[in-house]
Design a protein around this ligand. Structure first.
Ligand code: ZN
Length: 302
């Protein structure tokens, strides 16, 4: 009897040791990267970000190279795990063979959290690579918000949101700060406006209108991304998660009234502000985000 107790005690001690070791591993520096395509170095036209075109092969290669530069920066800053979420279009743009061998890829769509799939409270920081300015921004490469053909604007608690803001609030929901944004000068400006002055921004191009830009030389752009990530992770202790106050009031402006009709007819608790603007309130941000996506998905293309 006594011997059984001793054996049980020993097994208990062993499992506590294993649990502690596992906890220590979990305490490593995990970095989450969401990578879009319009703000990638070299990209100035939708042909470069749409599969089935002659130029797409270049676009996806550049996308992998920008994100690999970010992974290098994260590893140099001590990252123990880097997760990369392909966040553009089909979300199958990055060829897994082209991704940094130390990074874990999330590929394909649809995903419950879309551009932020895979994030949770175990991550120390979030990087947004290749992002673009919100719909209606002047001198911004391929400006849009989630869907060019459907969305005219999105506001949350009165703040007009680029995708970077909507997604930073998802990271914030899990207590993870967005510490770096890369893209053109316009999205960098909007990152500062939404997230505050501490966020590190890396501009890889400056737009003349929507479809042309002066490019930072490609090697230099990637050096800037690597250096930016190191700088951002170096000041991680003072970076704060982006949190809006609940209840969350969402406002979705469509291009035409027929697009607003479907959501207003089919979803409960959604109201109309005017013929082409819907509004709803959510207590939980993720629930609100899901309703927002449903309203965008229901809308017929213009
Ligand atoms: Zn995109």
């Amino acid at each position: 009897m006594k011997r059984t107790h001793l054996a049980l005690g020993f097994i208990l001690m062993l499992s506590i040791c294993f649990a502690l070791a596992a906890d220590q591993q979990k305490a490593g520096l995990k970095i989450y990267i969401s990578v879009d395509m319009e703000g990638i170095s070299g990209i100035v036209h939708s042909d470069q970000v749409s599969s089935g075109t002659a130029e797409y092969a270049d676009g996806r290669k550049w996308m992998a190279q920008d994100v690999n530069a970010a992974v290098e920066g994260a590893l140099a800053a001590g990252a123990t795990e880097v997760v990369v979420n392909d966040s553009h279009g089909s979300m199958r743009n990055i060829d897994p063979d082209d991704l940094h061998p130390r990074a874990i890829l999330i590929s394909g769509s649809p995903k419950p959290l879309s551009m932020m799939q895979g994030i949770d409270s175990s991550f120390a920081a979030c990087l947004l690579i290749g992002y673009h300015a919100k719909a209606g921004t002047e001198n911004a490469i391929l400006d849009h918000t989630i869907s060019s053909s459907v969305v005219r604007h999105i506001r949350v608690n009165g703040i007009e949101m680029p995708e970077l803001g909507l997604n930073a609030a998802i990271a914030g929901y899990y207590g993870v700060p967005v510490v770096l944004v890369s893209g053109d000068t316009a999205v960098c400006r909007q990152a500062g406006e939404i997230l505050g002055k501490d966020v590190v921004t890396v501009a890889v191009k400056e737009a003349y209108g929507r479809l042309a830009a002066k490019l930072v030389p490609m090697d230099e752009a990637r050096r800037l991304i690597t250096a930016g990530v190191k700088e951002a992770l170096g000041k991680l202790p003072r970076m704060k998660p982006y949190k809006l106050a609940s209840p969350y009031n969402f406002e979705l402006g469509y291009h035409v009234s027929a697009q607003a009709d479907m959501g207003a007819m089919l979803l409960p608790n959604v109201g109309k502000l005017d013929a082409r603007t819907l509004t709803f309130t959510a207590i939980d941000y993720i629930e609100g985000f899901r309703t927002l996506r449903a309203l965008i998905s229901l809308a017929p293309a213009r």
